[in-house]
Design a protein around this ligand. Structure first.
Ligand code: GLN
Length: 263
């Protein structure tokens, strides 16, 4: 168990000024605190519009929040100029969490309600389309069975668990064969309200529609991201010291009870 160590993580926060709806910035606070409470040094690098690539190279963990179509268009243009560098980091296994609009931009494209196409990075094998302004958005509390356990060795995540959160998106996302779903819908809509999947996993990158923010209500997921980042940076299996998650459990139970889902 590591505690009070000289371990340090640099978290790259992509487009914090443009991409952070529905409390997504709270995920950064959770990652920071769950490192600090364990004595792990943590630095947050804000990678806003026109950030330079050597900042991206310094990061051990990436986070990008969601936003509306307008901000996605602005960010898509800037992201395209950094596509190769970001793809190399993702292919090399940097852990990352990408919420809603950010998740959509990792795929081939996001087709807006008015049928305009916002190009994606084509790093995740998926695409997203908004079926039109006359079709309701997918909004509400959501719970999934997190299947990431199958893609990690037992030392990292040796049990599946329920992720709870909140979704609000017009886009419907469809996964190709080179990505796994983050989880199976227990309650709520998920990727498209049809195929029972939510989110996507590619290497150590996680895309999801969970706003809220997701991590305060799912501390084990936050710890998985920290663990993977530390193990990749320091090159050996790491057991994080346990933290008191009683408040987090209360938040989890509140959503689970609203959804009538067992935790
Ligand atoms: N604009 C995208 C959609 O509506 C993403 C929204 C979001 O990030 N909440 O699907």
């Amino acid at each position: 168990m590591i505690h009070n160590t000289k371990y340090k993580l640099t978290i790259g926060w992509l487009y914090p000024e443009l991409m952070s709806t529905y409390g997504d910035r709270g995920n950064i606070i959770v990652l920071q605190k769950r490192c600090e409470w364990r004595g792990i040094g943590v630095e947050v690098l804000k990678l806003d519009l026109h950030f330079n690539l050597n900042q991206l190279a310094q990061c051990d963990l990436l986070f990008m929040g969601g936003a509306q179509d307008k901000q996605q268009k602005i960010v898509s243009e800037d992201l395209m100029k950094k596509r190769n560098a970001l793809q190399n980091r993702i292919e090399d296994g940097i852990p990352g969490l990408y919420i809603c609009g950010a998740y959509q931009l990792l795929g081939r494209y996001y087709k807006e309600a008015e049928r305009t196409i916002i190009p994606g990075l084509n790093i995740f094998d998926l695409y997203t389309g908004n079926p039109g302004l006359n079709v309701s958005r997918l909004i509400g509390n959501v719970a999934i069975e997190f299947q990431g356990v199958n893609s990690y060795s037992p030392s990292r995540c040796n049990h599946s668990y329920t992720l709870v959160g909140f979704e609000n998106h017009g886009g419907r996302t469809y996964l190709g064969k080179n990505v796994k779903p983050l989880g199976k819908i227990l309650k709520g809509f998920g990727n498209n309200g049809e195929d029972g999947t939510e989110g996507a996993i590619y290497k150590n990158s996680f895309g999801t529609y969970f706003h809220g923010p997701i991590l305060p209500k799912n501390p084990e997921f936050a710890d998985l991201l920290i663990k993977v980042a530390l193990e990749k940076k320091y090159g050996s299996p790491i057991d994080l010291s346990p933290l008191d998650n009683s408040i987090e459990m209360q938040a989890r139970k509140t959503i689970a009870n609203r959804l009538n889902v067992e935790l």
